[in-house]
Design a binder for this molecule. Sequence first.
Ligand SMILES: C[S@@+](CC[C@H](N)C(=O)[O-])C[C@H]1O[C@@H](n2cnc3c(N)ncnc32)[C@H](O)[C@@H]1O
Length: 353
Amino acid sequence: MNADMQDIKSLLGQSLTHRYLTERFLQFIDKHHIQGVLSSLSRITEEDAVELFQQRLGYVLNDRTRLRMVTVLMDFLCECECLKKEGKFYVLNDRKDPDLKLSGDESGMVREMFKGQAGFFDRCVAYADKFLRGSSPLFSFDGSTTLIWEAFLGNAEFSFARGVLINLLFSGRTGNARVLDLCYGPGFGILQMQERSPEIEVTALDFKDIFIEQARGRIRNPESVQWINATLWEGFGSPLPFNNGSFDIVFFACADPYIPYELRQYVYRDIFRVLRKGGSLGILSHSYPDAGLQYVKDSWVRRGILCHDFFEGVCKGWNGFHDAGESINLFEAVGFIIDTVMLNASVWKIDKP
Ligand SMILES: C[S@@+](CC[C@H](N)C(=O)[O-])C[C@H]1O[C@@H](n2cnc3c(N)ncnc32)[C@H](O)[C@@H]1O
């Protein structure tokens, strides 16, 4: 691990980004009087909250994305101990601000060290109220947003986690591995894989060609990569344009939350199909904080993930993070064997037997 990675690891250990995001979310909740609205009833169900937000805040909660944002918001308030869950009811708790507020220096450090991430989430949360009132998504995957995605996805935390995943996938492998980078985006994954194993054979596929120039410009050896024309794949829900057993490794980072909910099993079955026997799928995606604290244990990480889920909800196609237990059931139903689940269930290596 180099010095930069050590610095990042130590900053991540202090949960600075999670604390920064938590403050932003609590500011959003204060600014839009959300707790005040909720406190008009002493015990409320999630349906009551939806009703109150529609009547009192003018929110238009008529689709899965926006309704899900309400669930995430209520779970976040519980995680911050502003609400308590009793069966299907939420009960107001005396507001305790989560301990450990960021100092001015720490906020400055987050903005500097994690600027792509902090800037992206600042813009998302600033738009969330408008989005909940029915405005269209803030960012989608089109030619006008590639720089925004690049600044966000190149952040130090994701790079660290990609590095961990790449080490897991490649250690102990001999010879050239045939790797599919599924949803390569701005190319950070290919760059990190080429840095780790210069001889690697990567096939790069995304559902649009909008990132190809960025990705080609970023990586070490663009000529060694097989770039698949996006016209050959219509995205999640259509079959991957490869024969059965084509790859040793499928690398799938930060894209699981964009799979439409009802297509998740289909997508993982198709990834299973294109892997050879003994091949591995590496997934980088947070898991939704689980009630039993079995998978996502750290309380700042739990809050940070809920913030991330809510904020990125304003982006087109966001379907959110999934419960790790449900993901395990799905992967096993498809035929995968779970090899490793780590870092609060955000880094996954699962194998095709
Ligand atoms: C958040 S980016 C992650 C990019 C890259 N893997 C990384 O780690 O930086 C999400 C990726 O999912 C892709 N994506 C979004 N919606 C999709 C869809 N409906 N079908 C297929 N890919 C999609 C985007 O093009 C983008 O590459």
